[in-house]
Design a protein around this ligand. Structure first.
Ligand code: COA
Length: 551
């Protein structure tokens, strides 16, 4: 699913996550909070090294089944590596007992050792001092060539650029340091409030430095372009923690190693611990003995500079094309949905179907990720929500109202709509449960397709017809790509569409509201994230009116 996809990682693959913003008054607050995040990551790594992460168990639908924990063990220390045909993964392996992280500030990359075999782990104070040094050092330097931008282009082009850079030993060593680092920390500048400025539909939610939530999540997804923080990233790195001076903080994560659930669990823990500590504003003392962190120097030829220049243009175009908005629906949340005896996930999926139908008069192939961690090495399968039952219900809901002698009536009665609703709920619930219990179809078909490719199709033994049939292609063209990304605090995660004419829609159901992140591309004439948000709002309102009648 991931390794052969040539598309650039930002927007197309890497999700961005916004944590509740912090209040920083000095540069010391920034480094102290960031040091705490890193210290938390080191505590977590110690648990992973001892293989002591508690085993999670399913809480519903055959509760108590153990869940595969493998993803959790490859979050720290992993990195995606570009390949000309196919990417690969560097996975964590800590044989030496030493650890380092990479900090990026004003496009400068620094290697910060955080644990050495001979002297043990750096204290929070020591990490804080290292970060202060970087925050002091980077602004005094001339802007370096933004190598990190190359991680944001088409994968095969990045692989070629990397091969060329690897002819120099120093560059090769830098790449190794980045790949092997525990994680990357990006110390960002705030985006201007005018960046992608538009009225946010629904509740207002978080702000940082006067910026709204759409502005904040775009900083996490792509950095805002080369004029802002996109040069301050290494998009191949599994975990990039992002902190900016105005208190905005969050994450950009590379998706191939793990699903959002595992990543959220880790970063929520890091955030909670870092935010719960007292604000300590003293300059750290225990640090003067440490050498300053190593700033990475790059040796570039003329061709390398040219590649970076064209990467800058490509990245800015990609970013300009993203039509994104955070939509906090505040009419009601999962408490009301549960009171209707419906799974909130099923309810929201059907709302998305109705929103799509109201705009296009039809449904489309829809992807919803379903965790398959009940199986060893399980990742996700695909809940296909565009069912015939959903279509019948959406069509009934979208019937226009008739106005006869000033009495408005619906062409389809509420009784019929409720009956169709119940059938749509039944079908969607079955589809969801089938998937999480391993009875989905997509992963099995994907496995068969890849296995048949491994046997090198020839004229005598071509790829089985099912995989070349136009209906297979159509069924996998997900114009609606969705997933539930639930968080325990007020963080939220968003991502881009997976098709040029498609929508991305993540949702985070809360008791009294739902946080949606809706995305599309401006270059598509048929999509619009604001029209989708409006249609979704109307759909959720209409569903409440219908179901409140039933109650
Ligand atoms: N009536 C009333 N309440 C119901 C109900 C019903 N018929 N069905 C479920 N509920 C309740 C549940 O008990 C649960 O209660 P809780 O909030 O007290 O725990 C709540 O509603 C949520 O259940 P539901 O909406 O069914 O969703 P879920 O939490 O089981 O999640 C999936 C469903 C498919 C999202 C989940 O199984 C999954 O696979 N998650 C992973 C998604 C993923 O990978 N995302 C990241 C992609 S990067």
């Amino acid at each position: 699913m991931y390794m052969c996809n040539q598309l650039p990682l930002p927007v197309n693959s890497n999700p961005g996550m916004v944590f509740p913003p912090r209040r920083f008054t000095t540069i010391l607050d920034v480094s102290r909070f960031t040091a705490r995040l890193i210290d938390g990551a080191l505590n977590h790594k110690a648990i992973l090294d001892k293989k002591e992460l508690p085993l999670e168990k399913a809480t519903s639908r055959e509760p108590g089944q153990p869940l595969c924990m493998t993803q959790y063990y490859r979050l720290l220390g992993s990195c995606r590596l570009p390949g000309k045909q196919k990417d690969s993964q560097h996975t964590a392996a800590n044989e030496s007992g030493s650890e380092h992280i990479v900090v990026i500030c004003r496009s400068q990359l620094y290697c910060v050792p955080v644990q050495a075999a001979d002297r043990g782990r750096l204290s929070e104070d020591e990490i804080c001092a290292q970060l202060l040094h970087i925050l002091d050092d980077a602004p005094c330097l001339a802007s370096p060539p933004p190598i990190g931008l190359l991680t944001a282009i088409k994968r095969s082009s990045w692989a070629e650029a990397k091969d060329a850079l690897c002819r120099d030993d120093q560059n090769r060593r830098n790449f190794e340091l980045i790949a092997k680092s525990l994680l990357v920390v990006c110390l960002d500048e705030a985006l201007p409030t005018s960046f992608n400025c538009r009225l946010q539909r629904g509740g207002k939610g978080h702000t940082a430095g006067g910026r709204d939530e759409t502005n904040l999540v775009l900083q996490m997804i792509h950095g805002g372009g080369t004029a802002y923080n996109s040069c301050n990233r290494w998009f191949d790195k599994t975990i990039q923690l992002i902190v900016s001076g105005d208190g905005a903080c969050g994450l950009c994560y590379e998706h191939s190693s793990a699903e959002g659930v595992a990543v959220i669990q880790l970063v929520e823990k890091l955030y909670k611990d870092a935010a719960s500590g007292n604000q300590i504003s003293e300059v750290p003392q225990a640090s003067s003995h440490l050498p300053p962190p190593e700033r990475m120097e790059w040796i570039l030829e003329l061709d390398d500079h040219k590649r970076i220049e064209s990467a800058a243009q490509a990245v800015d175009n990609l970013i300009k094309d993203l039509d994104f908005q955070v939509f906090r629906y505040v009419g009601y949340g999962k408490t009301f949905m549960k009171s209707c005896n419906v799974s909130p996930d099923v309810y929201i999926q059907l709302a998305l179907q109705l929103a799509y139908y109201k705009l296009y008069g039809k449904l489309t192939a829809t992807y919803e990720s379903a965790s398959t961690r009940r199986f060893k090495l399980g990742r996700v399968d695909c809940i296909r929500s565009g069912s015939p039952e959903a279509l019948a219900w959406a069509a009934a809901m979208a019937q226009p109202k008739e106005d006869e002698k000033k009495v408005t009536f619906h062409l389809v009665s509420n009784e019929v709509k409720l009956k169709l609703w119940e059938e749509a709920v039944r079908a969607q619930t079955k589809e969801m449960i089938d998937n999480i219990l391993g009875q989905g179809i997509d992963i099995h078909l994907l496995g068969l397709r890849e296995a048949s490719k491994d046997t090198s199709p020839t004229a005598a033994h071509p790829l089985p017809e099912i995989f070349t049939d136009p209906s297979y292609r159509l069924a996998n063209k997900f114009l609606l790509s969705t997933s539930q990304v639930a968080t325990s605090d007020d963080s939220f995660m968003g991502y881009g569409p997976v098709e040029p004419e498609g929508y991305g829609a993540s949702y985070n159901p809360k008791p009294d509201q739902v946080i949606f992140c809706l995305s599309a591309f401006w270059s598509s004439e048929s999509t619009s994230s604001s029209r989708f948000a409006q249609s979704l709002e109307e759909s959720l309102n209409a569903m409440q009116t219908l179901l409140a009648r039933k109650a």
